[in-house]
Design a protein. Structure first.
Length: 353
């Protein structure tokens, strides 16, 4: 749902020239532009490397590579729509990994047994559920702290989540003594395939997208989210408990990061207390590229899904055609600037309406 207003009368619409009507339609549907950009990128690399880039196995690998970032970005979309920001994503992911292996240690039997001893051949649904619970608890803690500090203590989201970023990463290092832990207990999740030829991470990410879409675009919760992002004071006067809703929003963001930590541990088979340092920027970039306004009130889960794919396709295409992958950062930087400019254009169009 978007609180943007349309021309109030047929006469107002008739005053628009065909060109203006097309521009207004594009401006009010940023996902169309983002999807068009993605198609152009895919078409370009398909022409440059038709025998490699267009292989179905390449797209399956791409989907698997972006699955974890997709999960994080869905949660980030809710935060950004409220005109907030979450820089604590890396700490949520890393703590999700650490809490998962710590939970495995708790249920491991025998003196000196660690999470590393829980190998794939010993894996059961019980181990997987315990690790998942540990990761979600980590994300829940981070999200709750963020929500309380932002919503009730009125600390700006940038500073609040920057604080939990440092604190969370520090806590992860304390719990792990600065050393990573390997485990193959979650290998069936990270490398298994319930659907023939489709890695598990892909349907998991897809289910997350569907859940986020239903919550944001088909539920009252989503309407309240858009309302707060557009005008929190007006939302409060309309009877929405803004503080409580913001708390829920940051809990969603934190829990998504914790879940991503579980998936990362399952996929890589080890914690990464020194990794994921740029995942927050990647998630925010994907959300912005997908048409979600950094000023709040406008956003789309589908747009975020498209935004996640743009950097991944660029990097993959550059590698295949023999261009240094570092150019991906340059290309994504310019695309991101264009996305923010487009958001400004959309806001001016809405104000004129």
């Amino acid at each position: 749902m978007s609180l943007e207003t349309e021309p109030s009368s047929p006469q107002a619409q008739e005053m628009l020239t065909p060109r203006e009507s097309v521009v207004r339609t594009i401006v009010r549907n940023p996902s169309i532009v983002t999807f068009t950009v993605l198609l152009l990128i895919i078409a370009t690399f398909s022409l440059l490397a038709p025998g490699l880039f267009t292989q179905s196995s390449n797209f399956v690998q791409l989907a698997q590579n972006v699955a974890i970032l997709t999960v994080v970005s869905v949660g980030t979309t809710f935060v950004v729509i409220t005109a907030g920001v979450d820089l604590s994503i890396p700490s949520g992911i890393v703590l999700g990994e650490v809490f998962a292996v710590q939970a495995l240690k708790l249920i491991s039997t025998g003196p000196g047994t660690t999470a590393a001893d829980v190998t794939a051949d010993k894996t059961s649904a019980f181990y997987i559920l315990v690790a998942l619970a540990g990761a979600l608890v980590a994300g829940l803690i981070i999200g709750t702290i963020n929500g309380v500090v932002v919503a009730y203590l009125k600390v700006p989201p940038l500073l609040a989540t920057l604080g939990t970023l440092g604190a969370g990463l520090g806590m992860a290092l304390i719990l792990q003594n600065g050393v990573n832990t390997a485990t193959y207990a979650l290998d069936p999740v990270g490398h298994g395939s319930l659907i023939a030829g489709v890695p598990n991470l892909i349907p998991i990410a897809l289910l997350t997208v569907i859940g986020g879409y239903v919550l944001l675009h088909m539920a009252v919760f989503g309407r309240h989210t858009f309302a707060i992002g557009s005008n929190p004071e007006a939302a409060r006067r309309a009877g929405i408990n803004v503080e409580r809703h913001l708390l829920k929003i940051y809990i969603i963001g934190g829990t998504a990061a914790g879940f991503a930590g579980f998936l990362s541990l399952a996929y890589f088979g080890t914690t990464s207390v020194g990794g994921h340092s740029t995942d927050n920027l990647q998630a925010i970039t994907a959300v912005a590229l997908g048409g979600t306004s950094l000023f709040g009130g406008v956003g789309s889960i589908v747009g975020t899904l498209i935004g996640v794919w743009i950097p991944a396709v660029l990097k993959n295409g550059f590698v295949i055609v023999g261009v240094q992958p570092y150019w991906q950062d340059v290309a994504v930087g310019f695309v991101l600037i264009a996305a923010v400019w487009f958001d400004q254009l959309r806001r001016r169009s809405r104000d004129r309406s």
